[in-house]
Design a protein around this ligand. Structure first.
Ligand code: ATP
Length: 902
């Protein structure tokens, strides 16, 4: 529809505007809406999703199913049609359950990913707005800053030191320079410096571009294989379990073959019977439900974290979170509220205070406790004017509510200006901005170039005070500029930082009227210091609690900030960060050798005036101390540190796309407390995985032992048939085991130390527990089976009782499994998980149909048992409950002894 006269990169900016029917003020809201309707949303088609059929078929791609299919064929050949049919049914049900669970897990992850859909800054109707990337249309004017992922194909109309990493398109990882002049018609993609392509990343500078292609029409949209890439969802633990499963299956097959040979060759049993015994053993011992339960436990964990505002981008993070030992966090906005207010302003002659709180621009200036109205050309007015002009934020209000757009610190300066009657729009009209050097945490200042209508030009400079003082040769006093007195300013800095105020210095320098561009080289020592602003940014209440929670949980919190060391210390003190006595600055870090830093890093908790490289060094050092480090970040330069840390944590609101993409986790609310919440959930997930395994494996162990013992002892009839075993495994996995995935967190979960990552999932105690319970189940079931058979020769009846005993054992054992070591004798422990009760009710209903429904009796070879058999079953099965609780009590006592000994 919008055809350029020549390729976009070759068009001039004006030609581009004409071709897309737009202008520098952007499209009107109405026009944009219409275009969106015609062009469709700016997104790539969803990655090729596996069709329902392929997803369903993939459920059969599993070693256990192969075993069952082979068994099915052989039973068919032997003429055991009923077994064949039931096995076929079980295979099908297994596939359906796997299918549904996988679908659920995928849906949950998809919903969570959509919480992260990116925004773009555009100009529409002459105003800057933030819109969802999906709503961009051809003709929109997009503003770019470092860390942005370019949202559509753009013809650049302005570029200021703009550099873009196009690795995703060209494979070239070094960022390329961009500019706005047209390039030759034949220029190849990688060299088209006048274009910025969708999906590439701004690494430096600022730019503005006109959207010329969206969605599938972009260069990225044309590369189809990139689009269909799906992120892997396996975690180390899942992989470990999968390999454990394969290993177990192989072992079981060998054991089953050995049993078969033993029965046929040594015991002289008929081979058909022995075949069924071997099959029973195989299906008994393989934990069919385990992988599905683990996936679903992880998915539920991810959902719970998302509800608490922590969005997991990579599934393995769920497991790692539980082992975090150090959280390195930013200060501003994460530990503090990022609601800034200018409290003090120091000039060369005076110290002023400013009243009022929040963004409401009502307040006044005070000197020595008296309200004053400063003269229009006084140093204080000049300082405030400069801070309003050297500023990229805007202040607006909706009714009584005042809002700022952009950096809250700059917003606070606008509010200060408004309190003195300096309106940003008006000031910018009188002193239009011609150029700027944007703020970056590496150089810690921002400069703007302005021209007045009276033939004057100025450079305004604002930034971290130590930096600004270095660039000044003079200071502004009531009597005009005089020689700078650095000691005076440094004293003031120390005084204000001591109170936890965030500091900012403002300076200016006159320049030639014909200067229209601003470069780094223009920023020398020529500036005149105007003033020092002290801003308050109170700590978040919830961060104070979260820091305390971390302390109890054995997690060290380290504050890593670009701010002044004294400010950082004051805030750390308010937050209760453990070691606030010492702070290390970036400059001091530069002077330290690796060994010296290694010595200090473990106990120093405050790092001030650091830049992203320092973050990287710190992570390396902490990891050498075997710490599992969670690190927060927001800027494009934080990406390497985020990648390097164990849990890279990006800010959802103020973070750049680059930071989010490098992270394992994104905080939707930028809040430190959310990290602690995620750690807590991470610990709970790990507990639940462990509980699920601890619950499932003894079932299989018990069943396998029953068959093995029966064969070894030479029983004429096996106590359980293969289809009955399959029934028990399936039905308990979807009810009882699944309910453990919903298990709420244990009480003292944040009062125990982090879990060492090198600890195996199953420690010796848990392996013992699995063996112990397997034996209890085996003795109880086998014993009752034999006893019943002795009183009534019906093998169907005795088997039905055996199956029900097995299931009942599991019901009792489920309660034990809710807590690994803690006792279960409390109301919370019995009724605390609603799903447990629901699962038990369902299971009891299933067992009644299994026992009394004629069709089930035919299919599973069961028979109706008399009412009086149930008390026996329940009494025998409850033994596991008592025995495991006794074992827990002994273990607790032993542990108590060993900890009091150490
Ligand atoms: P944190 O890493 O805890 O968020 P921070 O926000 O203080 O720390 P930076 O954003 O790197 O870290 O800021 C460092 C210093 O740079 C600030 O203390 C301030 O003096 C100065 N500064 C911050 N933002 C601006 C800005 N927009 N313009 C000029 N100077 C700024």
């Amino acid at each position: 529809m919008y055809e350029p006269p020549t390729p976009w990169h070759h068009c001039s900016v004006q030609q581009t505007f004409t071709a897309v029917d737009s202008q520098p003020e952007g499209l009107s809201a109405e026009e944009a809406k219409q275009r969106l309707h015609h062009q469709g949303p700016n997104k790539l088609p969803d990655p090729q999703k596996r069709s329902f059929i392929t997803r369903f078929i993939s459920q059969f791609n599993n070693l256990l199913i192969y075993v069952l299919l082979v068994v099915m064929v052989i039973t068919g050949l032997l003429g055991h049609w009923l077994d064949t049919g039931v096995i076929a049914g079980v295979v099908l049900i297994n596939a359906i359950i796997g299918f549904i669970q996988e679908g659920r897990a995928e849906e949950a992850l998809k919903a969570i990913r959509s919480m992260l859909s990116p925004n773009a800054e555009v100009i529409r109707g002459g105003r800057q707005q933030t819109i969802a990337v999906e709503n961009l249309v051809i003709g929109d004017i997009v503003l770019l800053q470092p860390g942005d992922r370019i949202p559509a194909d753009l013809r650049l109309c302005r570029a200021k030191g703009l550099q873009v990493s196009e690795a995703i398109l060209t494979g070239e990882s070094v960022a390329v320079d961009k500019q706005s002049d047209p390039v030759g018609c034949q220029t190849e993609l990688a060299s088209r410096s006048s274009m910025a392509y969708s999906g590439t990343l701004v690494t430096h500078g600022l730019g503005t571009g006109i959207v010329v292609a969206t969605g599938i029409d972009t260069e990225l949209g044309q590369i189809s294989e990139l689009v269909s890439k799906v992120a892997p969802t396996d975690t180390p633990l899942l992989k470990q379990v999968a390999s454990f499963g394969r290993w177990l299956t192989a072992l079981i097959l060998i054991l089953a073959t050995a049993t078969f040979s033993f029965g046929v060759l040594i015991r002289d049993y008929p081979s058909t019977n022995m075949f069924l015994a071997a099959v029973s053993l195989a299906v008994a011992a393989i934990p069919e439900g385990l992988p599905a339960i683990m996936t679903i436990t992880l998915a539920i964990g991810v959902e719970r974290m998302a509800r608490r505002q922590a969005v997991i981008r990579r599934l393995p993070a769920v497991e790692t979170l539980g082992s975090v030992t150090v959280i390195c966090t930013d200060k501003t906005g994460t530990l503090t509220r990022n609601e800034m207010t200018v409290r003090t302003i120091v000039t060369a002659d005076n110290q002023y205070t400013l009243s009022g709180t929040g963004y409401n621009p009502h307040g006044f200036l005070m000197l020595n406790g008296q309200e004053i109205v400063p003269a229009p050309d006084s140093p204080i007015t000049q300082a405030i004017r400069a801070s309003v002009l050297c500023n990229d934020s805007t202040l607006s209000h909706k009714g009584q509510e005042w809002q700022i757009h952009g950096d809250p610190m700059e917003g606070a300066l606008l509010v200060a200006g408004a309190k003195l009657g300096l309106d940003a729009e008006n000031e910018n009209h009188n002193y239009p901005r011609t150029d700027l050097i944007p703020f970056e945490s590496e150089h810690r200042f921002m400069a703007t170039l302005h021209h007045s209508h009276e033939g004057q030009a100025f450079i305004f400079l604002k930034g971290a005070p130590e930096q600004i003082i270095e660039m000044c040769h003079q200071q502004m006093t009531d009597a005009g500029p005089t020689h700078i007195q650095p000691d005076y300013w440094l004293g003031m800095i120390e005084q204000q930082a001591h109170d936890g105020q965030r500091l900012l210095a403002i300076a200016y320098s006159p320049t030639h009227y014909d200067q229209v561009e601003l470069h780094f080289g223009d920023i020398g020592k020529q500036f005149i210091m105007l003033g020092l602003f002290g801003l308050i940014d109170p700590p978040r209440e919830e961060a104070i609690e979260a820091v305390q929670a971390c302390k109890e949980a054995g997690i060290r919190v380290k504050m890593i900030t670009g701010d002044h060391a004294l400010t950082a210390r004051a805030i750390a003190l308010q937050l209760g960060i453990i070691n606030t006595d010492e702070a290390l600055t970036g400059q001091q870090m530069d002077k330290l050798s690796e060994e010296a830093l290694f010595e200090l890093a473990d106990h120093i908790d405050i790092y001030a005036r650091v830049n992203p490289e320092h973050k990287m060094r710190l992570i390396n050092t902490l990891q050498q101390h075997n710490h599992i480090v969670a690190m927060t970040g927001d800027g494009v330069n934080d990406a390497p540190a985020l990648k390097r840390s164990d849990i890279g944590t990006a800010m959802g609101q103020n973070g750049t796309e680059a930071a989010k993409e490098a992270s394992e986790m994104v905080l939707a609310d930028d809040n430190f407390a959310t990290i602690t919440a995620a750690v807590e959930e991470g610990r709970a997930v790990y507990d639940n995985l462990q509980k699920a395994i601890l619950f499932i494996l003894p079932t299989n162990g018990g069943e396998a032992l029953i068959i093995l013992t029966a064969v070894l002892l030479g029983f004429q009839q096996l106590p359980l048939t293969p289809v009955q075993i399959l029934w028990v495994n399936m039905i308990t996995a979807v009810t009882l085991a699944l309910s453990l995935a919903f298990e709420p967190k244990e009480k003292g979960i944040m009062q125990r130390p982090p879990r060492p990552t090198n600890h195996p999932l199953l420690n010796n105690h848990l392996i013992w527990r699995i063996g112990f319970v397997s034996v209890i189940i085996m003795i109880g079931t086998l014993g009752l089976f034999q006893w019943e058979l002795g009183h009534n020769p019906s093998i169907e009846r005795a088997r039905t009782i055996a199956v029900n005993t097995l299931v009942m054992f599991e019901i009792f054992y489920l309660f034990n499994s809710r807590y690994i070591l803690e006792p279960i004798f409390s109301r919370q422990a019995i009724v605390g998980n609603y799903y447990v009760l629901l699962a038990i009710t369902l299971l009891c209903l299933f067992q009644l149909t299994f026992t009394y429904l004629p069709i089930m009796q035919v299919l599973f070879g069961t028979s109706a048992i008399e009412i009086m058999a149930w008390p026996r079953i329940i009494i025998i099965a409850s033994s596991v409950f008592v025995l495991v609780e006794a074992e827990k009590a002994i273990m607790r006592r032993l542990r108590g002894k060993s900890t009091s000994n150490t």
